[in-house]
Design a protein around this ligand. Structure first.
Ligand code: FMN
Length: 172
């Protein structure tokens, strides 16, 4: 699948089959995340791969009970080790590590799509509870939860604003 096709085919999937993900595919997905750009190449990215049903359940509860999180065979929690970026860029670094991990998350979603898996970017969760469930050290912030698995649904694409409403030529 080429890049543009993966971009168009990716959907937020909220129902998963229990089939496990082969390690080789998982590795490709995680590697795609690691190849995202980061400000100054500081690479604040840290990835927690959750397969244990008990830990998954805790993460699902921390995501306000979004049950599909617990259904997926693998849940990746995308985190940032904040200081890797802020010690170099100060306050601007607070923005950069969020952008860096967002880029990594999108790479992860697109790689999973290209390999035939469904994903959903989950941002509604208690940071404190996720950090507790995963035993994250101080200074490591969870920024996205991504359940990954074979899709058990084929959602319609939600509409997008037309380009004529969001693209500005030369000046806003
Ligand atoms: C930062 C962010 C946070 C999101 N949080 C959630 C979430 O907590 N639960 C959920 O079901 N979907 C979540 N989504 C998925 C969006 O609802 C979804 O991307 C949007 O409706 C467009 O649908 P599509 O992804 O199929 O194109 C989130 C997406 C982003 C980018």
């Amino acid at each position: 699948m080429d890049t543009l096709e993966a971009i168009r085919k990716r959907r937020s999937v909220r129902s998963f089959k229990p089939d496990p993900i082969p390690e080789e595919d998982l590795r490709k997905i995680l590697e795609a995340a690691s190849w995202a750009p980061s400000a100054g190449n500081c690479q604040p990215l840290e990835l927690v791969v959750v397969k244990d049903p008990g830990v998954k359940e805790e993460v699902m509860e921390a995501a306000f009970g979004q049950s599909f999180v617990g259904e997926a065979p693998v849940v990746v929690v995308v985190c940032a080790e904040v200081e890797r970026t802020t010690r170099r860029y100060g306050r601007r670094g607070e923005l950069f590590y969020v952008q860096d991990t967002a880029a990594a998350t999108q790479n992860l979603l697109l790689a999973a799509t290209a390999l035939g898996y469904g994903t959903c970017w989950v941002g509604a969760f208690s940071e404190e509870e996720v950090a507790k469930a995963l035993r994250l050290p101080r200074g490591v912030r969870p920024l996205a939860i991504v359940p990954i698995g074979k899709s058990a649904e084929s959602p319609e694409a939600p509409p997008r604003l037309p380009l004529r409403e969001i693209v500005h030529r030369d000046r806003y």
